[in-house]
Ligand binder design. Structure first.
Ligand SMILES: C[S@@+](CC[C@H](N)C(=O)[O-])C[C@H]1O[C@@H](n2cnc3c(N)ncnc32)[C@H](O)[C@@H]1O
Length: 248
């Protein structure tokens, strides 16, 4: 077997074993919940902008964006803009590596704060970024995004806005159909299902009402999507378990 192939197959064996390691899963869950008490995901930046993600998920997105080489990434939930800048910077690297030269990121947020908009627009990566303000599930927004997406052929979608079941299910129904075969629709914060209610007392979402319940409902009617279980196995610590959905 060629060495590259050998390495890949060893990784598969190791990941399968890791996925079944209940001790490691338990430790990861304990670590995750304890870190959450310190708002762990709020303390990172990407090229200077706060990105509200765990490092493992950022690395996962890097792998996916390099593999898929999308010509458009649609993201719901902008906040400080770190994830938009991240995606745009990955598209910039893809372009250097022979990917699409004019790939773009479209960000949607119900409330793009002025200081965030100013900082995003001043960033060198903004040349690849467009933003739309409004609810991601408003019919006119869905129509505007579909219109924007028309010229693009290889779309990737990331959902990270309102985390209630109804909202994420509506986003999945609205935007997953835009995802190209082989590309992904990523639903962030499915991990809410694995956490205790005390973490979300001031939020409309919680156990039984979150992106994971939405993904489960969505998958019942959309066999064209599958959960990337190998991604879950290797990340172990992630806000998006069962949330990396690949289109067949
Ligand atoms: C978790 S933050 C996004 C974090 C960002 N993706 C990152 O990684 O840095 C969630 C964002 O969703 C936005 N949001 C909440 N409800 C929304 C809705 N109905 N439509 C669009 N955006 C919404 C909020 O304004 C907030 O900026």
């Amino acid at each position: 077997m060629p060495p590259e192939q050998q390495f890949k197959s060893e990784c598969q064996v190791e990941l399968t074993a890791m996925a079944h390691d209940t001790d490691l899963r338990g430790l990861s869950q304990t670590w995750f919940v304890t870190a959450q008490n310190h708002k762990y995901s709020y303390h990172f930046t990407w090229q200077g902008r706060p990105i509200i993600q765990y490092p493992q998920d950022i690395l996962a997105m890097q792998e996916i964006i390099f593999q898929v080489k999308p010509d458009l990434i649609i993201e719901t939930g902008i906040a400080h803009g770190g994830s938009l800048i991240f995606s745009a910077s990955m598209l910039e690297l893809n372009a250097i590596c022979g990917g699409p030269q004019n790939a773009r990121v479209l960000g949607i947020d119900i409330d793009i704060r002025e200081h965030n908009r100013t900082a995003i627009e001043a960033h060198p990566m903004s040349k690849r970024i467009s933003m739309m303000q409004g609810s991601s599930i408003a019919p006119d927004m869905i129509a505007a995004v579909h219109d924007f997406a028309k010229p693009y052929r290889n779309i990737l979608v990331c959902l990270d806005s309102n985390h209630t079941h109804d909202h994420v299910l509506a986003e999945l129904e609205a935007y997953a159909p835009l995802v190209a075969p082989g590309s992904y629709c990523v639903a962030f914060d499915t991990v809410i299902e694995h956490m205790s209610e005390e973490h979300f007392l001031d939020r409309p979402w919680g156990k039984g009402n979150n992106p994971m319940t939405a993904v489960d409902a969505f998958l019942q009617n959309h066999p064209e999507f599958v959960i990337d279980e190998m991604m879950d196995a290797k990340l172990m610590i992630s806000v998006a378990p069962r949330g990396y959905l690949r289109r067949k």
